[in-house]
Design a protein around this ligand. Structure first.
Ligand SMILES: *[C@@H]1O[C@H](CO)[C@@H](O)[C@H](O)[C@H]1NC(C)=O
Length: 189
């Protein structure tokens, strides 16, 4: 089984190479801004993003949830991944067709929802978030998007701690051995 590891900060670099350096300066600026925002992530109000998305999206519709996140990011400082990175993540997921995904760094649940909507019905996402409030609000957003607890699990711990307990969260499949097909790293390493 192929294991793909995608690191969000590295994706723009991958994109840059694959598009033969046709990446626009604006996209690089966007990355720099995103990095700066990440440094102050503790100060960005997770509650405000959650309240905005929760009250403005169509419940049960993952695409509406994602659109509402984008709407928020268009007018407020937000530490969601950039549209370019989001596209790159989608592209990797469509290519790898994973059924078990590990996401390190859930934040508001934006990327979790993006990942889940591309997984097969029997697919499963394990997502890790260190901050208990962020984890709770992010989990609610995933549920609001229409996904069930059989499809995802939120681990509230540091990535290092979560990785050590992963084996207990991955029951072996009938055919394949227990394992992950894709790891998305968007945590503070
Ligand atoms: C929902 O969206 C409207 C319009 O974009 C905005 O003014 C309002 O504050 C949002 N709701 C919440 C709870 O953030």
């Amino acid at each position: 089984m192929w294991l793909m590891v995608a690191s969000v900060p590295l994706l723009p670099a991958v994109l840059m190479v694959s598009s033969r350096f046709r990446v626009k300066v604006s996209s690089l600026c966007h990355r720099a801004l995103a990095w700066a925002l990440r440094l102050v992530r503790g100060k960005v109000c997770v509650r405000s993003i959650h309240a905005f998305v929760f009250s403005n999206c169509t419940h049960g519709k993952a695409d509406s949830v994602l659109e509402t996140f984008d709407l928020y990011a268009g007018t407020h400082p937000s530490f969601c991944i950039s549209p370019q990175t989001a596209e790159a993540v989608d592209e990797v997921v469509r290519r790898v067709r994973p059924s078990r995904v590990l996401e390190l760094g859930m934040h508001c649940g934006y990327t979790s929802v993006r990942l889940l909507r591309l997984l097969p019905p029997a697919g499963r996402l394990i997502t890790v978030e260190q901050d208990p409030l962020t984890a709770e609000l992010g989990e609610e957003i995933i549920l609001v998007s229409g996904f069930k607890h059989t499809q995802f699990q939120v681990l509230t711990s540091s990535s290092a701690e979560a990785i050590q307990t992963l084996h207990s969260h991955l029951e072996p499949d009938k055919e394949t051995s227990a394992g992950l097909d894709l790891v998305l790293m968007d945590h503070d390493p």
